[in-house]
Design a protein around this ligand. Sequence first.
Ligand code: DTR
Ligand code: ZN
Ligand code: ZN
Length: 314
Amino acid sequence: MKLSVSVRSAAAGAVATLTLLAGGTASAGAAAAPTAAAPDIPVANVKAHLSQLQSIAAANGGNRAHGRPGYQASLTYVKNKLDAAGFTTRVQQFTASGRTGYNLIADWPGGDPGHVLMAGAHLDGVSSGPGINDNGSGSAAVLETALAVARAGYQPSSHLRFAWWGAEELGLVGSRYYVGRLSSADRSRIDGYLNFDMIGSPNPGYFVYDDDPVIEKTFKDYFAGIGVPTEIETEGDGRSDHASFKNAGIPVGGLFTGASRTKTAAQAAKWGGTAGRAFDRCYHSSCDTTANIDDTALNRNSDAIAHTVWELSQ
Ligand code: DTR
Ligand code: ZN
Ligand code: ZN
């Protein structure tokens, strides 16, 4: 498994490819063609998906939790958008806590089946509310990135696969089920998995997972390019779906805007927001609604997702 990004050498003015081999050895390869730039992800589109997810929760007992009608309706919403856009979708069924759960997997036709780049988010929420930041935000941003791939008719060298997981809140159940049922050959074809769980927190931080260095650098370079400082994500090792892939030896990365931890004064000085307040004080609460989203964070993270998908799949 290896990930490669095209890096621009200021000195040489050329584009070289930095390839990180599975063993972590970086080497400069031959000059590569300039990378195609990702399109802007319209945050209004992402917010429209969030509004739909909130309406779904409202029409289904107030939540989108595993095993409840609101989850099934959420999955149907996402699947219909992807089917209409030309993705090959499949629903993977599993059982957790005595209820039937579902993962949604969407493959974009084309690309090298031996080199798969995945991006995903858990689609389930907790039973106490609509779960808009946790994790409608990641689900909607990954959906809009997939739709942007279709709109662009993007045909990268890697094969692109997007996923929406069930039963994350029960303990990463859906993603563990998916990874557990991959053959070793299929597992080895996945070059990387990008995870997005809570990326629109109302008092946001900008945290980057520090698991795979190439993925981490791709995200950090994006944020540096827009003048947004980042920190390493330290709240969640093992606490979201990337852990299912990391445990199987697949390179992972992702973004996070914070949950119940409190923003420090130093963090407020560089990011804005309110020191002494949780990044998301509606975490796992009924107030996790569309009002519980910071649009700037959602916008920046959605664009960072598209940038990184394009960058790592060329
Ligand atoms: N486990 C996630 C929320 C969460 C808490 N810490 C982190 C760190 C990185 C990603 C996600 C999280 C949930 O409640 O869905
Ligand atoms: Zn949660
Ligand atoms: Zn979550």
